[in-house]
Write a protein that binds this ligand. Structure first.
Ligand code: NAD
Ligand code: ZN
Length: 249
């Protein structure tokens, strides 16, 4: 290992027993899923539709289903990459307590980490839910109603609005997942933030919680983040290659 920071990172991983990994969209770009804030990312093409807009505007709901089904072909063929695999390798070696992810693509689970140890704080895009009674609705059923002529799905039980089970800007965070994520951040010896711009709150509070409790904080991201000055170590490098070298995977 040539670089000093890489060696320090590898040493910290080797010395830790309770690692928490926190991932953002950046870990999945090498699997072909665009992130939000990189050049060419989703943000440039589609401004996010926030929760209040989804609720108040049928056209916003239609646009959000159009985007969802357009993105599905990319998501369905995406496979875990070297970064996901290096993390699942740490898990198998018993060094990892949990993965907290802002992603909704399911690639950590696909890389072999059991569902129970992947905490999805921004939800999941593989099914839909009623916003009123929370009844689950499968995407195949939504697709059948929506695709032919843009008819919006309604809850079969209460007539409520149906939305993918993801958390939009302006929507309340899932309580149980946030509690588990906070507990994990409270009780780790090394917190590694990977591929997140760390500007979306309350998610970006988690690295700070870990740091305040005395854990080391490593930030691995191509670009600087607003939390860099809190970190023990910052690596502005590519994720897959870096994690493969550091974990020896
Ligand atoms: P973000 O787009 O704000 O930040 C991603 C960061 O990753 C950027 O700073 C970028 O420089 C870095 N990055 C991208 N590819 C990289 C690589 N190969 N190596 C190193 N760094 C790389 O993403 P965020 O912080 O996760 O916040 C955006 C929100 O968007 C999240 O809440 C997430 O739920 C959602 N989102 C999820 C997906 C997904 O599930 N894959 C995709 C897009 C957006
Ligand atoms: Zn309902």
């Amino acid at each position: 290992m040539s670089d000093e920071t890489l060696q320090s990172f590898a040493d910290m991983v080797a010395a830790s027993r309770k690692i928490v990994v926190f991932t953002g969209a950046g870990i999945s770009t090498e699997s072909g899923i665009p992130d939000f804030r990189s050049p060419g990312g989703l943000w440039e093409k589609n401004r996010p539709i926030d929760f209040s807009e989804f609720i108040s505007s049928p056209e916003a709901r239609r646009e959000s289903w159009r985007r969802k089904f357009a993105m599905d072909s990319v998501m369905a063929t995406a496979k875990p990459n070297a970064g996901h695999r290096a993390i699942s390798d740490l898990y198998r070696r018993g060094k990892l307590k949990a993965v907290i992810t802002q992603n909704i693509d399911g690639l950590h689970q696909a890389s072999g980490i059991p569902e129970d140890d992947v905490i999805e704080i921004h939800g999941n895009t593989t099914y839909a839910k009623c916003l009123d009674c929370h009844a689950r609705m499968e995407l195949a059923a939504v697709r059948e109603i929506f695709i032919p002529d843009g008819t919006l799905p309604e809850c079969a039980h209460c007539g409520g609005l149906i939305k993918t089970a993801t958390i939009s800007f302006g929507q309340a965070m899932p309580e149980a997942e946030m509690r588990r994520a906070t507990e994990a951040a409270f009780d780790c010896d090394l917190f590694i933030s990977i591929g997140s711009s760390l500007v979306v709150y309350p998610a970006a509070e988690l690295p700070l919680i870990a740091r305040q409790r005395g854990a080391d904080l490593v930030i691995l991201n191509r670009e600087p983040t607003p939390l860099d000055h809190h970190a023990t170590l910052v690596l502005n490098r590519e994720i897959g290659e870096t994690l493969s070298v550091v974990t020896g995977a």
